[in-house]
Design a protein around this ligand. Structure first.
Ligand code: ZN
Ligand code: ZN
Length: 443
């Protein structure tokens, strides 16, 4: 008699394992999606649209799982989307560790504020080394508080060495690992961004993020909120010798905030977790994910004469004004579109906008004049550019043997709404289709 044969589960996608799991260099969700798409020789957009984007509700209707433009980096954080994508990817590839490629397991413990950065960051030296095996982006690079590479001790780059622009979108049509999403050039090149050496506080926060990611990517069970609150209570009572006011003073906050934490009404933000970790000698990873006992608290590294100044106010880095001026001049000279405003330039140069105005009034004036000219012409230019793209896309789709419907054209053009909603653009699309029908390119 032939018994029942149980087949192992099947998956439509190749079971690509995420890189670096169990270490601080664990891969991020956005990086994994890009690598999975590249391994299947399809675009990121196709993979997302076909496999990840749509979810069916119980009543049969669909809702979109794709984050809004500019919010794709939330997929690496604690958002619901991050959790959903982790599960979906794990089901698609049968790789259970994929739920650890973001911080979704800390959902409900850590608030999302100042957790994940909204631009890409990378270490050019790591990228060069990865070229020998596989290029990917560790989750650590997308963390707001990680500013230094723990391997090479150089500040993480945030501006493309070629086009001098930040990479603000992940999972777009042009998202390729190790390359700029704007100009497509290789990012593994040293880039003088006018950044000085990292401050003591920045190095500390990076080390803490490194420990947190190591713990999350290697632990079997998801962190529990009750364990985290128990740990917090032990630390507050032990460090402050049973006095909440003393503990509050040490981490530079007030008693009422500590009281809220102790009463389990809310959990400290990551910034406060760093401070608690500093005064207690317990790593953030341990504080959030494992059980802490009072005997493990080590205050030997804590300043003898009370709180060190750099906790309250991080040491100001020395600004290399020559390098800032050179980069500022380059930004003023290049024909970057859209033309960046002073606030954006200041952020890019990592200098306060008021200081830029004080030191380089001529360059600021030049930038302002260029911006005025650019933004006056911008609406007409955008409309004209989109008009040309629609016309070209209608012809291309028709030549490929498909009917150039409004939605199909919008999808091919990567329009976020998935449809051509502007009345003027609809007219251009209609005219282009009518012109095609007249020339009988398609039936
Ligand atoms: Zn590195
Ligand atoms: Zn670029």
């Amino acid at each position: 008699m032939i018994g029942q044969v149980s087949l192992p589960p099947r998956t439509p996608y190749y079971g690509l394992p995420p890189i670096g799991m169990g270490t601080w260099a664990a891969e991020s969700t956005t990086s994994y999606v890009a690598r999975l798409a590249a391994n299947h020789c399809i675009s990121v957009i196709d993979l997302v649209t076909n496999a990840l984007d749509v979810r069916t509700r119980r009543d049969g209707t669909h809702w979109k799982l794709f984050p809004r433009q500019g919010e794709t980096f939330k997929l690496n954080g604690v958002s619901t989307l991050a959790m959903e994508w982790g599960h979906k990817l794990a089901n698609l590839t049968l790789q259970p560790s994929l739920s650890k490629t973001n911080l979704a397991s800390l959902r409900g413990i850590l608030p999302s504020t100042r957790l994940v950065r909204n631009t890409r960051a990378w270490c050019h030296l790591c990228l060069c080394e990865m070229q020998e095996n596989a290029v990917y982006e560790p989750l650590l690079w997308s963390m707001h508080h990680a500013v230094v590479c723990p391997e090479h001790h150089v500040p993480l780059s945030t501006i493309c060495p070629s086009c001098k622009a930040p990479n603000t979108a992940a999972l777009s049509q042009r998202y390729t690992l190790g390359h700029c999403t704007r100009c497509g050039s290789w990012l593994g090149i040293s880039n003088a961004e006018g950044k000085g050496p990292p401050t003591q506080w920045e190095e500390w926060t990076t080390l803490q993020m490194k420990s947190l990611i190591s713990v999350i990517s290697s632990s079997e069970n998801a962190p529990s909120i009750s364990v985290a609150y128990d740990n917090l209570e032990i630390l507050i009572l032990t460090v402050g010798n049973g006095r909440m006011t003393r503990f509050a003073q040490e981490i530079d906050t007030d008693k009422s905030t500590c009281s809220m934490w102790l009463n389990r009404k809310n959990f400290p933000t990551l910034d406060y977790c760093f401070r608690i970790s500093l005064v207690s000698g317990i790593d953030v990873g341990k504080l959030l994910c494992s059980v802490v006992s009072p005997s493990e608290i080590d205050r030997s590294t804590w300043g003898r004469d009370g709180q060190p100044q750099w906790v309250k106010r991080p040491v100001r880095r020395k600004i290399d004004w020559e390098s800032v001026k050179k980069n500022f001049e380059e930004i003023c000279q290049n024909n970057e579109t859209p033309s960046p405003g002073l606030r954006r330039v200041a952020k890019r140069l990592e200098v306060d906008g008021r200081l830029l105005k004080e030191r380089f009034p001529d360059l600021c004036g030049r930038l302002a004049r260029r911006n005025t000219i650019f933004w006056e012409k911008r609406p007409a230019q955008r409309h004209e550019a989109l008009k040309k793209r629609i016309r070209r896309m209608v012809i291309k789709i028709a030549k490929n043997g498909y009917r150039p419907t409004r939605r199909r054209v919008a999808r091919a053009l990567d329009l976020t709404s998935g449809d051509i909603t502007d009345k003027r653009l609809q007219k251009i699309w209609r005219d282009s289709v009518a012109k095609l029908q007249a020339s009988q390119v398609f039936c």
